[in-house]
Design a protein. Structure first.
Length: 462
């Protein structure tokens, strides 16, 4: 260890010792060995992964503050430890995830009662420091959703994209992305009042407020926010909750305060949600967050493996990314399965082990093969048209709508490129792009389009 590194490390240890006491210092920190420090990255040798968990949880704030004190700059930490004691061949590296230093890193408390006026100055924003933009993997499939989120977070004073309605299936990163908005706003404006709530929490708090006769205080408290993040809107039940949300929504929107929502479906597919609330989502932007594409899945795997201390070969990453096509959570499950298997078996990872973990972790769906002719036939049947009419130059509304639906379904369910779809329909490439975009827009605002898509897909996937 160089003299400079030793001096910086000892300066950090002095601060830690003065805060935790001699006994805890000797137990947790005296065994740590700094290996190298280069370009702001500290490689730290620890006895086991248990120490990593303590450094990243119980001692996180103190440890990072001490490193800043000793090294004079923010420090990225890479932990080294042996899976098997005294066996250097079992050594793995684990990168510490980036966290927001503005957000309290303690586990978020549950709100136990409806908010009241006395809580205005001090409340739990319920943001998780690791769910920031820095830890969010971006690819082509989620680039637009990410770009909109980052624009909102960097420019909260601007009125565009308000409200922001983000929808997608379970485990694709909706919660992470909207939490990142809240964290960035807090980083840029520490005094901003930012609150993250699940819809279930909001409903529970409303019920408590109603029982205690404090609904006006409840509404006033939510109206005091600068940024309100609602997760899982599909869990809203009953008209009373919507009635409480209307004045909050209207007040915040009128004063250019940020309103962010996530849901597992677009607004028009929500059952039991008042039309006037759905109309309010049209004031801003509704954006889908699809499952990660192949390249993004590879990127996510590299990031998860690095943080978990796994060194995955390109062959293993390709195998997992091609086998796991669903959510980010499925990818995380495979990475955790590989890490557990590596530790238990005390053996290097191989393609065979990866295949075994995948077979135990991921349920492979049996998908029906859908082709262009099937889509044309079923779409024409739904719209009551002769399939030949689809290929004609007619611009009659029903025929044009059916043709655009075919473009959208081919893009979604077949491997055809947009030029290939255009060639089959005797249309230009640009016309196909316009048609696909038009259907996406209508799916967010038109119930008839949603109904048509569901009916046609039900027949195609029989």
């Amino acid at each position: 260890m160089s003299t400079t590194l030793a001096e910086k490390w000892n300066k950090s240890l002095t601060m830690i010792r003065s805060n935790v006491g001699e006994e805890r210092f000797r137990l947790w920190f005296s065994v740590a060995e700094p290996i190298s420090y280069d370009n702001g990255e500290l490689v730290l040798k620890l006895p086991t992964s248990f120490y990593v968990d303590r450094y990243e949880d119980q001692f996180y704030d103190l440890f990072r503050a001490a490193l800043y004190h000793g090294f004079g700059e923010p420090v990225k930490v890479v932990y080294e430890y042996n899976i098997v004691n005294n066996d250097s061949s079992s050594c793995i590296k684990q990168q510490s995830p980036e966290r927001s230093h503005t957000i309290n890193n303690k586990v978020s408390r549950q709100i136990e009662s409806a908010p009241i006026s006395e809580q205005k100055r001090d409340f739990d924003h319920q943001l998780s420091s690791s769910l920031n933009f820095e830890n969010y993997c971006v690819g082509k499939s989620n680039q637009l959703a990410y770009t909109i989120a980052e624009h909102i977070a960097n420019n909260p004073e601007k009125p565009e994209f308000n409200p922001y309605f983000l929808y997608g299936s379970v485990g694709v990163g909706k919660t992470h992305l909207i939490q990142a908005i809240g964290i960035r706003i807090k980083e840029k404006h520490p005094n901003a009042r930012v609150l993250f709530n699940t819809m279930r929490q909001f409903q529970n708090l409303y019920q408590v407020a109603a029982l205690e006769g404090r609904i006006p205080e409840f509404i006033n408290w939510y109206q005091s926010m600068d940024c309100l993040l609602f997760d899982d809107l599909q869990e809203m039940t009953g008209p009373k909750t919507a009635q409480a949300l209307f004045p909050i929504f209207n007040h915040l929107h009128a004063h250019n305060k940020k309103l962010i929502f996530t849901c597992d479906r677009p607004p028009m597919e929500l059952d039991g949600i008042a039309d006037r609330l759905i109309d309010r989502f049209k004031w801003g932007i509704t954006e889908p967050l699809p499952a990660p594409d192949l390249e993004l899945r590879k990127k996510i795997l590299r990031a998860k493996a690095s943080r978990g201390g796994l060194d995955l070969s390109a062959e293993i990453i390709d195998l997992i990314a091609e086998s796991v096509t669903g959510s980010v959570r499925e990818l995380e499950g495979v990475v955790m399965g590989l890490l557990t298997r590596c530790i238990k078996a005390n053996m290097p990872l191989s393609v065979e082990i990866a295949r075994e973990v995948i077979s135990h972790t991921v349920k492979t769906p049996v998908r029906k093969s859908i082709n262009f002719d099937m889509i044309v036939e079923n779409t024409a049947e739904y719209f009551g048209l002769n399939p030949d009419a689809i290929f004609a130059k007619s611009r009659i509304r029903d025929i044009a709508d059916a043709r655009q639906m075919i473009m959208y379904l081919c893009s979604k369910h077949t491997g055809l490129s947009t030029p290939a779809i255009g060639a089959k329909l005797n249309r230009e490439h640009s016309t196909v792009l316009h048609g696909i975009g038009a259907v996406k827009d209508r799916l967010a605002t038109n119930r008839d389009t949603v109904k048509a898509l569901e009916a046609i897909e039900a027949q195609l996937l029989k």
